[in-house]
Design a binder for this molecule. Structure first.
Ligand SMILES: NC(=O)c1ccc[n+]([C@@H]2O[C@H](COP(=O)([O-])OP(=O)(O)OC[C@H]3O[C@@H](n4cnc5c(N)ncnc54)[C@H](O)[C@@H]3O)[C@@H](O)[C@H]2O)c1
Length: 380
């Protein structure tokens, strides 16, 4: 009988708790253990999900006999923690991004991507970045139609992550206060992060759909007048609340990416429009389950959910958030570990989603100058 994967979940904050029952339900998962340095969060999650095996920090869970660890800790902790996990002999799943750099240049991100890849190679363990856009319904729809050759050759993919900082449904100042323990005044004094340093929800769309990666970019930054958050005199010193980039892809197509943190929009992430030489896809950005499949002679309304990839019966039903991608992320990671193969969003692919943003911000700082995207190649 196939061995089951025993897994630990580290970080039971706002996001991590949404993955516990999905791991528990997966038919290839054996034990599920929980870990958080916050004793209250750990106790509440353990009670809610009926888990008895708990650990109070990353070091102690790394010393356990679990096979894999899923990290849902703060974004600036991910890469060193994933490396620690792999060096302890366990497979690592990490919430996005690979790392959120502290420096404005983004060079740290590239360095950490290299270190994560080195740790995969030296440990022989798998790393997966849990990018939700990779498994959103419209991404799966376009990927399936691309694999069938229905687009013809790719011309352009437009994708975006629009999340206004003061969005009532998810205020990013409050999210940051919860992650850091700082007051609103302190968070405002630190200043707004570089939008292109958290680009994975948008950059993953052209990469996942076309099976290609970004090679060079020209990007423009948008600065709001007298902004109280994006200011050069803040600690981060970043002026741009929104960044809009045009990339050359390795297959010759173009990707247009918008990262917006100060936008009058309810919020949206993933692919918006994919143009091919034979057919195109367009998405209704106010209804995530409505798309149009357009050819030179026809225009058809489609529900991308009908094209979702198969899942074990145990995971059907509530697939979780972000377009039902959570169940797919869990399934992809578990199956990769069990089958002994690289996950689709492995360390090399994950590096491509963030390296694109690093290059885009450098371009924006230079007024749109063309900048090459660092690439670590395909997984080995
Ligand atoms: N669509 C998406 O993919 C998506 C959406 C939301 C959040 N996220 C990502 O999920 C991650 C978590 O976000 P969040 O809002 O839940 O953060 P959070 O601050 O609410 O939770 C992080 C938790 O990690 C714990 N932690 C930190 N260091 C630890 C350690 N060494 N050992 C054990 N526990 C530790 C903290 O105590 C905290 O409970 C972030 O990196 C974020 O980027 C991704």
């Amino acid at each position: 009988m196939q061995k089951k994967l025993n897994i630990g979940i580290v970080g039971l904050g706002q996001f991590g708790v949404h993955f516990v029952d999905l791991f528990q339900k997966h038919p290839d998962v054996g034990r599920v253990a929980l870990c958080d340095i916050d004793a209250g969060k750990l106790a509440r999650a353990a009670q809610r999900f009926g888990v008895r095996e708990t650990y109070d920090d990353l070091d102690s869970i790394c010393r356990s006999d679990l096979d894999a660890i899923a990290l849902f800790t703060q974004p600036w902790l991910h890469a060193p923690q994933a490396i620690r996990v792999m060096q302890s002999g366990k497979h690592a799943y990490s919430a996005v991004p690979v790392i959120m750099p502290e420096s404005g240049s983004g060079d740290e991100t590239i360095e950490w991507c290299g270190r994560v890849i080195d740790a995969c190679r030296s440990s022989g363990r798998y790393y997966m970045m849990g990018e939700t856009t990779y498994f959103r319904p419209e991404t799966m729809y376009c990927r399936a139609r691309a694999q069938a050759g229905d687009f013809g050759a790719f011309v352009m993919c437009e994708a975006e992550y629009l999340h206004d900082t003061w969005l009532p449904a998810c205020n990013l100042i409050h999210v940051q206060m919860a992650r850091t323990g700082l007051s609103e005044r302190e968070v405002l004094a630190i200043g707004g992060d570089v939008p292109m340093h958290y680009p994975t929800h948008s950059t993953a769309a052209p990469i996942a759909i076309m099976g290609a990666h970004m090679t060079e970019v020209s990007c423009m930054g948008y600065a709001h007048r007298n902004d109280e958050f994006w200011r050069t005199d803040s600690r981060i010193g970043n002026l741009f609340s929104n960044e809009i980039a045009q990339f050359r892809m390795s297959n010759g197509a173009v990707a247009r990416i918008t990262e917006g943190r100060r936008v009058g929009h309810v919020g949206h992430e993933g692919a918006v429009r994919v143009l091919g030489t034979e057919a195109s896809f367009e998405r209704d950005t106010s209804d995530e389950y409505v798309g149009m499949w357009i050819t030179k002679t026809t225009s058809e309304r489609v529900d991308p959910r009908a094209w979702r990839e198969p899942l074990p019966i145990e995971l059907m039903g509530d697939l979780g958030g972000h377009g039902g991608s959570h169940a797919y992320l869990v399934h992809e990671f578990v199956r990769a570990c069990v089958e002994g193969r690289q996950p689709r969003v492995n360390a090399w692919q994950a590096a491509r989603t963030v390296a694109a943003g690093v290059a885009a911000h450098k371009s924006a700082l230079r007024g749109g100058e063309l900048v090459k995207v660092v690439d670590f190649g395909d997984s080995r």
